[in-house]
Design a protein around this ligand. Sequence first.
Ligand SMILES: *Cc1c(COP(=O)(O)O)cnc(C)c1O
Length: 397
Amino acid sequence: MEDLHFETLAIRSQSERSQFGEHSTPLYLTSSFVFDDAEDMRASFAEEKEKNLYSRFTNPNTTEFVNKMVTMEHAEAGYAFATGMAAVFSTFGALLNAGDHIVSCRSVFGSTHTLFTKYLPKWQIETSYFNVSELDKIESLIQANTKILYAETPTNPGVDLLDLELLGRLAKKHNLLLVIDNCFATPYLQNPIDFGADLVIHSATKLIDGQGRVLGGVVVGKKALVKEIYLFSRNTGPAMSPFNAWVLSKSLETLAIRVEKHCENALKVAEFLETQAQVNFVRYPFLISHPQYKIAKKQMKLGGSIVAFELAGGLSAGRQFLNALKLCSLSANLGDTRSIVTHPASTTHSKLAEADRLEVKITDGLVRVSVGLEHVSDIIADLKQALATIKVQAKKQ
Ligand SMILES: *Cc1c(COP(=O)(O)O)cnc(C)c1O
């Protein structure tokens, strides 16, 4: 199957058929598995045989999902989690010791940031941060005890890009593990392992499910590292449920075609927003105006589903805009078939001081659109009528 394309592998890789000859993979709702005899059981527990023992360790549905993700990300091995955050936490839990140090981009998912600032310090694991515009500062942050270089690209919610090739080079030079949260791009658009990442993390809750139904997470990458993460997880219990794995494996069959359409719609939305008087600027990786357009072209196949823009008029304009939307949902998810709009300054990031918000480039008027799969004319019409309610005499800056 090696020479088959992404779409074909996503559809045609599946777990072994049962004696019933089913076409579509069945759901294996079983917490444990049986053995032929005492010797079979002994050998299985001794890991001399690759057998399912207990669904906290492995299950045919989670294995099918993981194997697809491993193939899509050009990885060696993987393990699936109940949520994206379980994947992030278990990676740190398995690979770090007290006294270790992380260098991370400051623009990371909110709960990941909370792990860095509130929980990992309980185990004497400290984190130093670089801003998206200061990759040249990374080397000065590396210490003798630094183990992990951590980043997300494109970033949330600012849609800035980090040069994966550069991060890969730095990690190699300083013997660090490069861990990339590839949730925004999906394996269809970007494969960090090709640029030197050791591990890639996904919240499968987002575009991998893509329909706003189930939570999930996955880590894929180097075999020896994944083995550590697997052993940590099989003993601490953050495993993905077989049901969610079954849903997510089905979702991967349509990942390429869905993401392709998300990107087509998002680019049109971004181009529309750029023409609007109430909008100061638009950030979308495949807009020529994106300051890192060249990096986008180098490491991404298409621009993704997330568009960020800044409304002239700040906080009140942001709230006004959200209130005026009729079609787009106000919700915390992203990567759904339904378009979702958020205003970080008044919601997800409202507890941050203004200076801290600005460090991660969240200005008062910043709006994030997760562009869905509705007809793009309907999405644009909704954004347009909501923009029209904003009574600022805005001039493009
Ligand atoms: C949502 C998200 C996560 C966390 O995933 P959950 O499945 O919600 O736990 C981590 N990283 C990024 C970039 C995300 O968008």
